[in-house]
Design a protein around this ligand. Structure first.
Ligand code: NAD
Length: 279
């Protein structure tokens, strides 16, 4: 799809990967709307690239309806939806609260499904469209300390694969983007080294732009992740741990720097209590 003059909607676009995708799409001539529960941050971000910021809670059906209506009125029908909003509280499974479990599944999984269903009828009627779901490499291999998060990202990989199959005879494409470690608030305090190489939000944005131009069902960023994960999949869990240990990466999600993550964890925990992240 030629991106110029196309309408691109990005969820969770106030910061991080979503903001980078929105900026890149604007630079390539798209009409961009970002939706986020943190409306103040979304407005600040949209101002930087003259985009449109709108309130959106991806877990809420009525919020999706209002968001899509506002985008259609102000920019036109959505051609590309980037389902990016997501949260990642980490720690031992038994220490995760029920509210945190539910909120992760609502934002990371339900939010993606509601988004796809909100825009698909319009895309099919207009004869073009692209659903781009931001999953994670954590959606290909489960790791200790991120049980619910990994489960939610496996779900995004699976639901996108199923959508691709279901939409194969239509003019609408579905793609899943699998970032590794990205330099945003969400990954604060996680150990980095040669094996867990960090990429920038702009790298994910570049991959999303390339996928809009030439749809692919699965996009790994960095691309080397695909091979590493394939090889790691050949090892037993015990061998994988030995390899991680040799690389100085023992249980990264359980050994993350809590102080460095405090502001992020507080932001998403506030959302768990309020039923509204960043409230
Ligand atoms: P981030 O915390 O920087 O940004 C996430 C944005 O989503 C925030 O602006 C937040 O307000 C918004 N959001 C949260 N709940 C929402 C809701 N209910 N409705 C609308 N917006 C909501 O995080 P990020 O790193 O930019 O993550 C973006 C996506 O990329 C997530 O799906 C995440 O799982 C995925 N991802 C991130 C990394 C990484 O290392 N940062 C790696 C793999 C995948």
């Amino acid at each position: 799809m030629q991106i110029e003059r196309r309408v691109v909607a990005v969820t969770g676009g106030a910061r991080g990967i979503g903001a980078a995708v929105a900026k890149a799409a604007t630079e390539q001539g798209a009409l961009v709307a970002i939706g986020d529960v943190d409306t103040a941050a979304a407005e600040r971000t949209a101002k930087q690239f003259f985009g449109l910021a709108l309130p959106l809670d991806v877990t809420n059906h009525a919020s999706w309806a209002a968001f899509i209506t506002a985008v259609e009125e102000q920019l036109g029908g959505v051609d590309v939806l980037v389902n990016n909003a997501g949260i990642m509280p980490i720690g031992p499974f038994l220490e995760e609260t029920d509210a945190a479990t539910q909120r992760q599944l609502e934002i990371n999984v339900l939010g993606v499904l509601l988004g796809c269903r909100a825009v698909l009828p319009g895309m099919l009627a207009r004869g073009r469209g692209h659903l781009i779901n931001i999953a994670s490499m954590a959606g290909k291999m489960g790791v200790a300390g991120a049980v619910t998060y990994c489960g939610s990202k496996f779900a995004v990989v699976g639901l996108t694969q199923a959508l691709t199959d279901e939409l194969r005879n239509t003019p609408v494409s579905a793609s899943c983007v699998l970032p590794g470690l990205v330099n945003t608030d969400l990954s604060l305090g996680l150990p980095r080294n040669r094996l867990a190489r960090e990429v920038e939000p702009s790298d994910i944005a570049d991959a999303v732009m390339a996928t809009i131009a030439k749809p692919r069902s699965e996009v790994w960023v960095p691309a080397s992740g695909r091979v590493s994960f394939k090889l790691a999949g050949l090892l037993s869990p015990r061998q994988r741990h030995q390899l991680m240990h040799m690389c100085g990466l023992d249980d990264p999600m359980l050994t993350a720097d809590g102080a460095a993550r405090a502001s992020y964890e507080a932001r998403i925990a506030a959302g768990n209590e309020a039923g509204d992240v960043d409230g």
